[in-house]
Structures are given as structure tokens and as C-alpha cells.
Design a protein around this ligand. Structure first.
Ligand code: 5GP
Ligand code: MG
Length: 173
């Protein structure tokens, strides 16, 4: 892809892969002997999800859901479930895989949904987490990298659907 002067590198491909391998190791260790269901939160998590599941040394099942709340660089604050999962999660270990947690509203919306389904456990994995004053206390949380309050793109993350295919993570200026 052509170089874009508005993109400032934040995490290189190698850094991301190294971090994911570590996260994969600790998830595999914590769920040793279990077969968790990893839930990819579309669209932003699709690349992270593909790398994360391949870094696991345990057996797992996968499913996908889709939520939306963002328009351009701003959240509308209203979360819409556009596509639900198809697997039955009753009595299962659920691992929700997010691209980025900002206000925590999306992840909280998903947690509330899964809590009603009598899962055995619910964990959250996020590639990025913004330092934010509106933090929800999260249980069983795995974080790739903490970032500042900047708008980031690449490695699945978009700006109006663009930049998802970049291999690294960038700040969009
Ligand atoms: P929250 O509900 O935690 O405020 O926002 C979560 C969702 O907003 C993320 O899953 C992601 O889709 C989007 N989002 C939040 N911050 C960013 C960002 O810096 N860049 C991009 N591309 N999306 C973001
Ligand atoms: Mg997301």
C-alpha cells in the first residue's frame, strides 16, 4: 500500500506477533484441558483473532458476532448487535476477543448478554486498551497493549472501513 503521511507507526508487525504469542501461551495455560469458545467481535478483531487462535496450543471452538457503535472517529454511544453467535454457550468457557476497548461500553454490553446465557466462565481478550476514565472493572482480562487516547488504525482497525489491511498499528493524525 502507498505510504500515508497521516499514519504514525505505533506497534510494528513483529512486536504485535511477539505479544500475541505471549497472550496465546497464558490463555493456553489457563484453559489447559478445556475447550473454550473464542468469540470474535467483528469487524475490527478479525486479524487479531486469526493470529490469536493460531497461537493457542489447546483445542478450541470459534464463533463470530458483530456489533457497531462507531461512525468515523466517534462512538455514537448506542451499541447495536448486527450479528449474533450460533454456538450454544451454556456451560462453556467463553473468551470474547476484542480489537480495542475505549469507554468499555461495547465490552460491557457483550458481558451483560453472555452473563444471561449461563456460561461456565467469561473472559475478555483485547489487543488494545485505551487509558480511560470510564473504566469498567473487567474480570479475566488479557490485554495486548495499553494505548493513549488517540485514534488508531491498522491490523483490523479501520477509519471509515479503510486501513484494516495494514500489518502494523498506526496512530491516525
Ligand atoms: P468502546 O465501546 O469501548 O468505547 O469502543 C469499542 C469499539 O470502538 C472498538 O471495538 C472499536 O471498534 C471502536 N474503537 C474505539 N477506539 C478506536 C480507535 O482508536 N480506532 C478504531 N479504529 N476503532 C476504535
Ligand atoms: Mg471492536
Amino acid at each position: 500500500m502507498k505510504k500515508n503521511p497521516n499514519l504514525e507507526i505505533l506497534f510494528h508487525k513483529a512486536q504485535i506477533q511477539k505479544r500475541i504469542n505471549k497472550m496465546g501461551c497464558s490463555i493456553s495455560k489457563n484453559f489447559n484441558g478445556e475447550i473454550p469458545i473464542l468469540v470474535c467481535v467483528l469487524n475490527g478483531s478479525f486479524i487479531f483473532f486469526a493470529d490469536l487462535v493460531r497461537s493457542l496450543s489447546i483445542d478450541c471452538e470459534i464463533d463470530f458476532l458483530k456489533v457497531s457503535s462507531y461512525q468515523g472517529r466517534k462512538t455514537t454511544g448506542r451499541i447495536i448487535l448486527e450479528k449474533d453467535i450460533s454456538l450454544n454457550v451454556y456451560g462453556r468457557h467463553i473468551i470474547i476477543v476484542e480489537d480495542i476497548i475505549d469507554s468499555g461500553k461495547t465490552v460491557n454490553f457483550l458481558l451483560e448478554r453472555f452473563k444471561k446465557k449461563n456460561c461456565l466462565s467469561i473472559s475478555i481478550v483485547t489487543m488494545l486498551k485505551k487509558s480511560n476514565k470510564f473504566n469498567f472493572p473487567l474480570i479475566n482480562e488479557y490485554i495486548g497493549f495499553e494505548v493513549k487516547q488517540e485514534f488508531v488504525v491498522g491490523y483490523g482497525l479501520d477509519y471509515n472501513q479503510r486501513f484494516r489491511n495494514l500489518e502494523a498499528i498506526y496512530i491516525l493524525n
